[in-house]
Design a protein around this ligand. Structure first.
Ligand SMILES: *Cc1c(COP(=O)(O)O)cnc(C)c1O
Length: 432
């Protein structure tokens, strides 16, 4: 057999091989608090790295444009069946390469070029694909927006009703990237019907909570539901689109050939594996712990003098105002200082922010990844104190050195991906 089929990456490409090893170390040695990230199981990782990557399978199970799809069909049909069961949906399309492409497909299936969409303002927690001027959604459609109430920092449903009556959208979009509260999908469905709009609920962030029954489901109230598969759902990087049976053909045609060519069969197989994991009872325990952890983290941060946007959280994420009208530091500064101690977060605008998006007054924290590692409320309280001490004294090298040590002590108690960790020369650790 030629070397081509036997050589490992460490032999053929040291540059990329070393980058992968360093990334494993970075993930293992740091505290991952980015709300949109998670750690997949070894089973999901393995499935992504299989020969399904070699297969073209344009079309859908049983109706392909290529031969040799019998095993691709097994994988895709399992992913479809499990997705429908997980969300109680009438129809599922598991082919979108990403959350953004799932949304693009819904736009193509549900409305016409130039129609009006009504989406949540990006600076209030919405997503680029909900009408940002540089995104296909903002380029191809007329955009109206709604947001949160200035006092409660929660979605103002009365205002949403007014905005819907005013703008008469063809599609009302709900769901968010940085919104810590329950979203009332039933109410949003009623608002949409009152103005003759369809609804797309984009549950990219909260899909795991919805699947576990810990956040109300949009599925009964919305024509279309889209999600990523890699956030709280803890699957491979990708997208998923669900809809009512009456739109099934339109949606499938919109995904392929509408916005995509061949599906990523290796990723679809990994989606099937992840959905299988999500159907097990342990997944609900996991999602419950995400919620407990987010509440514990938020309480500690508030006790340490930081302002929690909307006063708390109902889901997996927290929006923390670290600027506090000039009393603190910007989100950009906080992100950088925390990066130096191997706590990974992202800066984020807060509603009615006075700072530009690239600077921002807030940081967004999420507990899905650390909960996967096995951390619980006590660990969250310790992390909350670490974050607060760095944010209060971002210039102090003493504080940063201490927190760096604490991060290392904590991460060592929660090992992961052991089989993927290369021993390090001299036992050195990137966090040292
Ligand atoms: C993350 C996210 C997306 C986009 O997902 P990608 O896979 O990055 O394209 C879409 N909508 C919302 C609300 C998100 O949070």
């Amino acid at each position: 057999m030629s070397d081509f089929f036997t050589s490992s990456i460490s032999e053929t490409d040291p540059l990329i091989s070393d980058a992968i090893d360093a990334e494993v170390r970075r993930q293992v040695d740091g505290l991952e608090l980015i709300a949109s990230e998670n750690f997949v199981s070894e089973a999901v990782l393995q499935t992504m790295g299989t020969v399904f990557t070699n297969k073209y399978a344009e079309g859908y199970p049983g109706k392909r444009y290529y031969g040799g799809c019998q095993f691709a069909d097994v994988a895709e049909q399992a992913a479809i069946d499990r997705a429908k069961e997980l969300f109680g949906a009438e129809h599922a399309n598991v082919q979108p390469h990403s959350g953004a492409q799932a949304n693009m497909a819904v736009f193509l299936a549900a409305i016409k070029h130039g129609d009006t969409i009504l989406g949540m303002n990006l600076s209030h927690g919405g997503h680029l694909t909900h009408g940002h001027p540089l995104n296909f959604s903002g380029i191809n459609f007329k955009v109206a927006d709604y947001g949160v109430n200035k006092d409660t920092e929660q979605i103002d449903y009365d205002e949403l009703q007014r905005k819907a009556e005013e703008s008469r959208p063809a599609l009302l979009i709900c769901g968010a990237s940085a919104y810590p509260r329950i979203i009332d999908f039933e109410r949003i469905g009623e608002i949409a019907r009152s103005v003759g709009a369809k609804v797309m609920a984009d549950i990219a962030h909260i899909a795991g909570l919805v699947a576990a029954g810990l956040h109300p489901s949009p599925v009964p109230h919305c024509e279309f539901v889209t999600t990523t598969t890699h956030k709280t759902l803890r699957g491979p990087r990708g997208g998923l689109a669900l809809c009512k049976e009456e739109f099934a053909k339109d949606l499938d045609r919109a995904v392929f050939p509408g916005v995509q060519g061949g599906p990523l069969v290796h990723i679809i197989a990994a989606k099937a594996v992840a959905f299988g994991e999500a159907l097990r009872p342990e997944f609900k325990d996991y999602q419950q712990q995400i919620l407990k952890n987010a509440k514990a983290l938020g309480k500690t941060l508030a006790a340490e003098g930081l302002r929690i946007v909307s006063g708390g959280t109902d889901n997996h994420l927290l929006l923390v105002d670290v600027y506090m009208d000039g009393k603190g530091i910007t989100g950009k500064e906080a992100e950088k200082a925390l990066d130096e101690v191997h706590i990974t977060v992202n800066k984020n605008t807060i509603p009615f922010d006075t700072q530009k998006p690239f600077v921002a007054s807030g940081i967004r924290l999420g507990t899905p990844a650390l909960t996967t590692r096995g951390m619980k409320e006590d660990d969250m309280r310790a992390i909350g104190r670490m974050i607060a001490s760095v944010v209060h004294e971002p210039e102090s090298e003493d504080v940063k050195a201490r927190v760096r040590r604490e991060v290392l002590e904590l991460t060592e108690r929660f090992p992961m991906y052991q089989g993927r960790l290369k021993p390090q020369a001299g036992g050195a650790n990137i966090a040292a």
